[in-house]
Design a protein around this ligand. Sequence first.
Ligand code: PGA
Length: 253
Amino acid sequence: MSRNKIIAANWKMNLNIIQAQKLTSQLKKNSSKIKTKAEVVLFTNSIYLSKASAEFKKSTKICVGAQNCYFEKSGAFTGEISVDMIKSSGAKWILCGHSERRMLFGETDEMIAKKVSAVLESGLKMMLCVGEDLACRKKNQQNKKVAEQLSIALGGIDKKYINSIAIAYEPVWAIGTGVTATAAQVQEMHSFIRKNIQEIVGKKAKDISIVYGGSCNPSNAKEIFFCKDVDGGLIGGASLDADSFSKIIASIS
Ligand code: PGA
């Protein structure tokens, strides 16, 4: 089986409801003209999930996902959103372990592992973010860091969920900085991740899509996506502009 190509938008905490609606309708309009082999996922803000999911209900190319969830099923967890709530909004994916969640909101590998399990058990698809910070890269310990993140997050999962998993390699030093990892650095890490997940989940690891994120834009996307072990991208800043994002989608043709 060949791996799915995925281009995902991470809106982060941007766009008010009017801006979000404008962006989704522009993307909908553009999508009828774009030729792409990629599945497109919009990780919108949680309050837009229902509306955006309804907008793309009939789309074969674009679907919607949440940027975060809580692992408990329900209860006294003020401010949190459960996987079931997200599922019932019509969303198809949940992003887990983004570096901003890890760094700014104190998410540990253990919490992320619980979220990963909760998402997979619900039948939704799960994109797990991993990646090293600059200090780690300077010490040449990026492989050790990423291996640790992968083994804690995926070590306990049931193998039957493998087809619902994607991984996003996002070096923290490349996120929102304008500094993109070189194609060689990206390929090297993606190939490491592929070997590593094989040790964790077995042979079926070859079917898991691994996308790159970190200052991807219409000018550098093609070179990065061309790498053998890169199956697409997770796009932050450049996903907030319909034309830039559409160009990135079209670079997987
Ligand atoms: P960026 O963000 O494309 O703005 O660097 C990527 C991400 O954080 O997912």
